[in-house]
Write a protein that binds this ligand. Structure first.
Ligand SMILES: [Zn+2]
Ligand SMILES: [Zn+2]
Length: 131
């Protein structure tokens, strides 16, 4: 459960705050703009597609996603981080097979998304549905 309040951002160690993301409850870090959420919540957000991207937005983000592979998340973003709920080191893995976006996941508690990753996943889910 991410129902727990007073969780600290795994990157900044600052308190996250509960937020609504497309009517789902998530924890948001207003310093690094990352999201902490349950795997089921992320799945629901991706299934619902409440937010429709414009063509321009989509192509910009798709281009970013393609170049992200080359850039190789340098610096702090490549560091493994700890689960805000149990403190164990999270696994970095692709969200699902074939997905270019890697997320940090605690198998028991949830998923950490760095800024922008939630949108990248939404675009990925949307383009996958069209195929
Ligand atoms: Zn943060
Ligand atoms: Zn955990």
């Amino acid at each position: 459960m991410t129902g727990a309040d007073n969780l600290r951002c795994p990157r900044c160690q600052l308190l996250m705050r509960p937020e609504e993301y497309e009517s789902h409850r998530v924890q948001f870090c207003s310093t690094c703009w990352g999201y902490w959420l349950e795997a089921e919540t992320l799945q629901a957000i991706l299934d619902e597609h409440q937010y429709k991207f414009s063509k321009g937005e989509r192509s910009t983000l798709m281009a970013l996603m393609r170049s992200a592979g080359d850039i190789d998340r340098s610096g702090r973003e490549s560091e493994l981080i700890d689960c805000p709920q149990c403190g164990r080191q999270m696994e970095r893995r692709k969200w699902i097979d074939g997905c270019p976006v890697e997320v940090d996941q605690c198998p028991d508690h949830g998923i950490w998304l760095d800024t922008g990753e939630i949108k990248e996943l939404q675009i990925f889910a949307e383009s996958r549905d069209k195929e």
